[in-house]
Design a protein around this ligand. Sequence first.
Ligand SMILES: [Zn+2]
Length: 109
Amino acid sequence: MLILECPYCGVKGEETEFTGGGEAHLKRFGPGASDDDFHGYLFKRENPKGVHLERWRHTNGCGKWFHAARNTVTLEVYGTYPAQTTEPPKDIKDKISARVPGWSWREFS
Ligand SMILES: [Zn+2]
């Protein structure tokens, strides 16, 4: 069972309290982008066995979007943080590094 905590209202609940929104920290491409960049933005997603950074929405609560860093194998949640951040906070990255040495996520590690 996946237990998440909303970083806005502090409610901690099972994943049924929330709605998954896919991969976090996607680099968006708009008008003027190359076909390959736009194709990658639309269709290419990470599917790791291990650390994953995801978007979640507190559907049955405050309704806000946030990011979660979790492990897809153990379901351990390293932390949640506001969706407006461009990368995971240092304390969460440090926690991941302590639990999964050598992890990386696109440009983060
Ligand atoms: Zn909330």
